[in-house]
Design a protein around this ligand. Sequence first.
Ligand code: SF4
Length: 304
Amino acid sequence: MDHAAMQAEIRRLAKEKGAVILAHNYQRPEVQDVADFVGDSLGLSRQAAATTANMTVFCGVHFMAETAAILAPERPVILPDEEAGCPMADMVDVAGLEELKAEHPGAVVITYVNSSADVKAISDICCTSANAVDIIRSVPADKEIIFTPDRNLGTWAAQKAGRWVTVWPGFCPTHGLIGVDDVEKARLAHPGAKVVVHPECETDVVALADAVESTSGMIRFCQKDDSKEYIIGTELGMIHRLQKDCPGKTFHPLTQLTVCPNMKLITLEKVLKALQKEGPVVSVPEEVRVKALRAVQRMVEVGA
Ligand code: SF4
């Protein structure tokens, strides 16, 4: 079956089974194109919470499907490849975070949504890159803050919010592939183009950018901005989304290296098979889910 035939069969099956298909902005273009909704973690979480579908097919990585299961436990959440994880999420664990919390008694723990349900369950509030600054600002000024697991997002968001935070030393290996020399080379190759990067990039790369935006923020920024050409520093799947949402503008990846191997595990074949089998289903033990829900709900409620 070619892509078009597979997409048609996926849409037919989704309708028959009452399934909603959600896809992250980093998914393969053909997977984005078959989804009901394409977005960032925050937008997809809101969709997962609001949908009245019978089941959710989540084209993304494991923590995203888990978050959907935390928000809407009555609805099966299907992740087309169970191996699609996130190395950054794996960099923080319950024992380590408990230790850090003990060293900073009374600190408010802000956990990036790129984390396991177990870690969310011992956090006070979650955030995404779209609302990390607002979440930090929502913490009373006299409270200490621990930010986990992304050191780069935590450092950038704290600076923007004018706060001091203790950051966990996690990072995204894919965004970590972007170096300062890539920015310099891209500016030489595309003079006049604006450099827009994701806050998961290393802080020396972030310092050189014209704008630092979450994936949803990138779309809004490029739609409103006067320039016609941009150099984009994030996972390559984002270029497809920007080209669709900003017609008439040109987007260059900062480097061709930023391919998240986990995001790319989801293929049309696997989406079709997942719909046929109604699995694999991602679930969260109820006692963990209830604890994690409070932190996730607060994230969904704070503005994007
Ligand atoms: S791009 Fe980075 S943070 Fe996002 S899923 Fe891949 S490894 Fe995790």
